[in-house]
Design a protein around this ligand. Structure first.
Ligand SMILES: NC(=O)c1ccc[n+]([C@@H]2O[C@H](COP(=O)([O-])OP(=O)(O)OC[C@H]3O[C@@H](n4cnc5c(N)ncnc54)[C@H](O)[C@@H]3O)[C@@H](O)[C@H]2O)c1
Ligand SMILES: N[C@H](C(=O)O)[C@H](O)COP(=O)(O)O
Length: 341
């Protein structure tokens, strides 16, 4: 079997890094993958980058593994318009979305090992009527359809220095206080603790939970949420058997000695979690969605339109995402896949 890689925005660096990852497949020791996307876009991008790319169009995911060593397998989802590097076109949004849908469908049917997504530009998809803030929420909706229940997705950023997840995800900062609840923190903490055990082999995960306000509220002088929302969540997590500490002041929980005291940090909003993650490990960073009935990883960067077709887009983060997805698939099935050291 192989991992399903959705092509992302065809005008972004998704095609560049997919080609780069395939070219480095041997030394990077990554599991086999196939791209779900437009073969013409990949051929054009390879020509622009001046690299020789053997590419094979496949009709079914099952064919990917056999071809991967010799050619980049592509399950075609064709764009409506030619993709121009750096110039996103909303007419191609439906192909971008369809590639994600197919990756999820094939993983849920057991035809692929997991979903790896190349970056999308959210605003381009919103212009085409996409109703979700990002992949994370779209994948949760697809999972909910499959499971017939609501699904809370957890956006875990992983690099060699840190694992960290925000409780609230893609929402405006002014809405964070209204949407942050004790229940959301507890559910997020439970999902992280469960999946650190199951997918990352951490037998007794230790979580560090941040506060919301400066200095975790300074005993209420700088905000009530730390004491009224976060502290009860930490207590509930402990009562549920999860090793959790907090609320911790967010500004002092990411230095090396602090990081050594926990396995994952739980933060209250997007930038509180993603700034330390992307600062400590941008090019080896992976965005993994937990809480889903399938594996999903992604590079931690975006579409970087100005780099598309330039040769300057590094495939490292995608390689890390493919490697982590391969390791998760191996942990799930008990078999060894490439990248599982
Ligand atoms: N997984 C995803 O789908 C995902 C993740 C983050 C951002 N985005 C989207 O991407 C778009 C652009 O976002 P942004 O500009 O904030 O972030 P970005 O990650 O695209 O770019 C940030 C900076 O990092 C550089 N960079 C990014 N990837 C690189 C790579 N592989 N090699 C070398 N340099 C790289 C860029 O040139 C830029 O200077 C937005 O629409 C955002 O929503 C998508
Ligand atoms: N918040 C993520 C980041 O900045 O890396 C990014 O927007 C990707 O999110 P999705 O995987 O939900 O598209």
């Amino acid at each position: 079997m192989a991992l399903a890689l959705s092509m992302g925005d065809p005008a972004g660096i998704g095609p560049d890094i997919a080609i780069g990852a395939w070219l480095q497949r041997r030394e990077a020791d990554i599991a086999a993958f196939f791209v779900i996307g437009d073969p013409a876009v990949l051929r054009d991008r390879a020509a622009l980058l001046d690299v020789e790319l053997p590419l094979i169009e496949i009709e079914a995911a099952a064919a990917a593994d056999a071809h991967f060593a010799a050619a980049l397998p592509v399950l075609p989802v064709r764009c409506a318009r030619p993709a121009r590097p750096g110039q996103p076109n909303t007419d191609n949004a439906s192909a971008t979305i369809e590639a994600i849908r197919q990756a999820v469908r094939l993983t849920l049917t057991g035809d692929a090992d997991g979903v790896v997504t190349a970056p999308i530009a959210k605003a381009v998809l919103y212009d085409a009527g996409f109703l979700f803030p990002g992949h994370t929420e779209f994948l949760a909706a697809l999972a909910a359809e499959h499971l017939r229940r609501t699904v809370r997705p957890v956006m875990l950023l992983v690099n060699s220095q840190l694992k960290v997840a925000p409780v609230t995800i893609h929402i405006p900062l002014k809405e964070v206080t209204g949407q942050l609840t004790t229940e959301a923190i507890v559910e997020t903490g439970q999902i992280i603790a469960r999946e650190l055990k199951a997918r990352f082999g951490i037998a007794a995960p230790r979580l560090a939970v941040s506060g919301l306000n400066p200095h975790a509220g300074e005993s209420g002088a700088l905000g009530d949420e730390d004491g009224e929302i976060v502290l009860p969540a930490v207590r509930q997590l402990r009562a549920l058997g999860v090793q959790a500490i907090g609320p911790l002041p967010a500004d002092t929980m990411f230095h090396p000695e602090a990081r050594a005291s926990y396995d994952a940090a739980v933060c209250m909003y997007h930038d509180q979690a993603l700034i330390p993650a992307k600062t400590l490990g941008f090019h080896d960073g992976v965005n993994a969605t937990l809480g889903l009935p399938f594996i999903r990883t992604s590079p931690d960067h975006g579409t970087a339109f100005s780099l598309a077709g330039s040769g300057d887009a590094r495939p490292d983060s995608l390689i890390a995402a493919l490697r982590l997805a391969g390791q998760m698939a191996a942990a799930q099935s008990g078999r060894r896949v490439a990248g599982d050291a």
